[in-house]
Ligand binder design. Sequence first.
Ligand code: DGY
Length: 327
Amino acid sequence: MTPLKVYVTRMIPDEGLARLRERCEVSVNPEDRPLTRAELLTRSAGMDGVLGLLTDRIDAGFFDAVPGLKGYANYAVGYDNIDLPEATRRGIPVSNTPDVLTQATAELAWTLLLAVARRVVESDRVMRSGTWPGWGPLQFIGADVSGKTLGIVGPGRIGQAMARMSKGFGMRVVYWGGRQPSRVLEDEMGAERLSFAELLSQSDFISVHLPLNPETRHLFNADTLRMMKPTAFLINTARGPVIDEADLVEALNKRIIAGAGLDVYEAEPKMAPGLDTCPNAVLLPHVGSGTHSSRTGMALLAAENLLAMLEGRTPPTCLNPEVLSKK
Ligand code: DGY
């Protein structure tokens, strides 16, 4: 029997590749950079399964180029890079990697929150510049966190983990989003569900945990940023386009809000002009899930999903399970 052929669009932790190699012939992009569109299409052609990244656009053009595709596994929880309705229409199962990165991403959101509130990056820079004159009562005064109001925008798994971690700071937790009230947030954390406008005006820290879709694109823009407290901070570890980045630069420069902590950007790897010179922004290169256990968990889960799709088993985290019953 000819072995099943799988293409992996970028190096992932060995554990995932080893799992795939037990059952398939695996080819991997050997270079540590995303594939160009042309490379993605030509290298995936003739494959039974593809394991790809959030930087790969998986759409009708991709499916046309890989006519024998039996499954696509995304190495990410977010899947705005995939035309899921198109995959479903063609009967192609698609999966993502939830859960394994929840804690790591929430921890990074907290890292950003604390770093921007206490001006950690600015302070670090002064130490390295050799210009620190010694202790001073008015240097690098930051914002309090304990006892403040944390606004969770998007009460899914990562938003809940972020809220749970606020317990040590004795914060009031409010949230917006979700079709139903979040039992976890309300029962476990005593969180209050607010309208978006109420959350904007009451929160001292707003942390974004929404998927990117037409409803959430530019949810934060000049108008909504203006509804935040001038002392409030905005944290984003979800997807960049949820915030209009040019409007955010203006809001940061004019001190319409106090600061922002960002791990994601509208047009990665680029940033909006002027963001890099905002002293009140802490900027990270999309590393929310970047811990050993989380990235290894993603690799193993993506590999399991792909193998299950190719072998006709139920993938653990399939995004369109309705196509499985039709096989
Ligand atoms: C995701 O999984 O969606 C993150 O953005 C990368 O881990």
